[in-house]
Write a protein that binds this ligand. Structure first.
Ligand SMILES: Nc1c(NC[C@H](O)[C@H](O)[C@H](O)CO)[nH]c(=O)[nH]c1=O
Ligand SMILES: CC(=O)[C@@H](O)COP(=O)(O)O
Length: 159
């Protein structure tokens, strides 16, 4: 199912856990910052709208999406962090560079989550064009940041 068929900002909220005292870290890649800032704002607002306290939402910046795995690990290893949300946008270029980044980040974030036994969310857009990115960062298909935040909240209900 593509984002065209399921809006990224439309989701069920039944049975969400109480996140009043949960601590979140949002790691944001600086590449394509117009897009990643919109994704961050969506994630931040979604966390607050569903009960997170602003003082319990930290932000960390990394240069690019390839650095999201290490940046997420820095915070996932901290005992007082309950979930990490990784935000990025990797736009296809002329070469296969985007493929290598995307696969590395997907595997890297998964490894961090399993190593530290806590949610590490893949809030990374991997579009073919800038317009596809904008459509998924608060445009016609919603905001991937919203989806990443609600995913983090839902995963906390497993613990
Ligand atoms: N082209 C994009 C990049 N490239 C940079 C890499 O993520 C990385 O910082 C570099 O290879 C050094 O390790 N990053 C994005 O997030 N988005 C892109 O479109
Ligand atoms: C995903 C990227 O790093 C991308 O911007 C690189 O572009 P190109 O493949 O044209 O070098």
């Amino acid at each position: 199912m593509s984002s065209a068929d399921k809006n990224l900002s439309v989701f069920t909220t039944d049975g969400l856990p109480d996140i009043t005292h949960k601590k979140f870290v949002i790691v944001v890649a600086e590449w394509n910052s117009d897009v990643t800032e919109a994704l961050f704002q969506g994630a931040y607002k979604t966390l607050v709208d569903h009960g997170a306290q602003t003082q319990n939402i930290l932000r960390a910046n990394v240069p690019g999406s390839f650095e999201l795995s290490f940046g997420s690990q820095v915070y996932a290893q901290k005992a007082d962090v309950d979930a990490v949300i990784a935000i990025g946008c990797v736009i296809q270029g002329e070469t296969k560079h985007n493929d290598y980044i995307n696969h590395a980040v997907a595997h890297g974030l998964t490894d961090v989550a399993l190593k530290y036994n806590k949610p590490v969310i893949f809030g990374v857009l991997t579009p073919n064009t800038l317009q596809q990115a904008l459509d998924r960062a608060g445009g016609i298909h919603g905001n991937k940041g919203d989806e990443a935040a609600i995913t983090a909240i839902k995963m906390l209900s497993l613990q």
